[in-house]
Design a binder for this molecule. Structure first.
Ligand SMILES: NC(=O)c1ccc[n+]([C@@H]2O[C@H](COP(=O)([O-])OP(=O)(O)OC[C@H]3O[C@@H](n4cnc5c(N)ncnc54)[C@H](O)[C@@H]3O)[C@@H](O)[C@H]2O)c1
Length: 367
């Protein structure tokens, strides 16, 4: 069965999605809505068949018979676009962060509940090679009783984007929403519980301070430490540093339990390496009884690896979304998951701004 996709927003990430969809059997991109002429042309050149091009997503909605929508526009456009797409009742894959603030979160949650449209929030980190193994092993009880989750990201500064939307909290939602919603999502998935209290410190120490856009200097965080208490007693921590591209691994995702430490180690994109080559990811099991690390190198098919910056995870996620469009069922990453990851990011930023812990409680913190 052919699944027809309409793409809304085809900059860096939209084009990564297009290259990956080209590898998914039966996937066909039939329409693209992209206001920037250069990005529109670049995206169209990646599609092997004829594709309808639009400058505005509303035009696309009037003309497209696509089976599914993929949204990869800037964060501040997500709620406006979702608002219209939800009424179409066709499956949506939308890039994280699904929204950028509390008001949008409440509005979209209410509308989605009314229309019951399948919404899958793109959380590529769930599908990274070592991370998938860690999640499986955790489920199988390989760490014993889980007590701590620690995630470290040490990476390059934010890249330049179309219209510089990622330079300001008002359009991106802020660094801990824009970037770290991935990690907050992983924490909820690993810990299988809800956060009750978040305490963060951080700031903008090094990056973008010498830049100005229409006279405004970027106001986004470039480093932070966030600690999170979960309702089931598990403690979690996130370290973020965005001026550390010399680090061998970009992310370390660790789960520490009564019997073992499990860790996924993921390097950054190959295109930023001095030799242009992507390094291998690793998956590590450190059993307390054995007292040593068992390190497994995670290999990904080079053809899949070459389609983007995310170690093949965009492709693996698309296989799942494609199945959902063909067969129905529930999205693996639900709107609720996406909204809760945003809410955690917003709470962490509030904690930094107000220099105090922020309570989320166990109840309905989106309501
Ligand atoms: N999951 C990940 O790992 C990951 C990685 C990178 C980006 N992202 C997310 O993907 C989204 C896009 O990021 P990007 O890096 O591709 O940014 P980008 O600036 O490269 O691309 C965004 C594109 O959307 C277009 N656009 C702007 N307004 C639009 C509208 N109203 N309708 C349709 N298109 C519109 C812009 O012209 C631009 O071409 C963001 O939400 C970002 O957070 C996710």
């Amino acid at each position: 069965m052919t699944v027809k996709y309409a793409i809304i927003g085809s900059g860096m990430m939209g084009q990564e999605h297009i290259r990956n969809l080209n590898l998914v059997e039966g996937a066909q991109i039939t329409a693209i809505a992209e206001p920037d002429a250069a990005m529109r042309a670049a995206a169209a050149s990646l599609v092997p068949n004829e594709v309808a091009l639009f400058g505005d997503f509303r035009e696309l909605l009037r003309h497209s018979d696509a089976d599914a929508f993929l949204v990869a526009s800037p964060n501040h456009t997500h709620a406006i676009i979702l608002d219209a797409l939800i009424e179409q009742k066709r499956p949506i894959l939308i890039e994280k962060p699904v929204v950028k603030d509390w008001e949008e979160a409440r509005r979209i949650a209410e509308k989605a509940a009314r229309f019951q449209t399948p919404i899958w929030v793109a959380m590529e980190y769930r599908y990274m090679p070592g991370v998938t193994r860690l999640l499986e092993d955790l489920e199988a009880g390989r760490a014993g009783k889980l007590a701590m989750v620690s995630i470290t990201e040490r990476r390059f500064p934010f890249l330049q984007k179309v219209g510089n939307w990622n330079r300001f909290n008002i359009s991106s939602g802020g660094t801990l929403v824009e970037k770290c919603c991935h990690f907050f999502d992983l924490m909820r998935l690993m810990i299988k519980s809800e956060p009750v209290r978040i305490h963060a410190i951080g700031g903008q120490a090094i990056n973008h301070l010498d830049e100005a856009y229409d006279g405004r200097v970027p106001d986004i965080l470039d480093h932070s430490f966030t600690t999170i208490e979960f309702a089931n007693g598990v403690s979690a921590m996130l370290e973020l540093c965005m001026f550390a591209e010399g680090s061998h691994f970009q992310e370390r995702v660790s789960a520490i339990g009564s019997t073992a430490l499990l860790e996924a180690r993921v390097p950054g994109p190959g295109r930023f390496e001095p030799d242009g080559q992507v390094k291998h990811a690793e998956y590590v099991v450190a059993d307390r009884a054995a007292r040593k690390e068992q390190i497994e190198v995670m290999k990904v098919d080079p053809k899949i690896l070459a389609q983007g910056d995310h170690h093949g995870s965009t492709y693996f996620q698309h296989l799942g979304f494609n199945r959902l469009v063909r067969e129905g069922g529930a999205p693996e990453v639900s709107l609720e998951d996406g909204l809760k990851a945003v809410a955690m990011g917003l709470a962490a930023q509030q904690s930094i701004a107000e220099k105090r812990p922020v309570e989320l409680g166990c109840g309905n913190w989106l309501g």
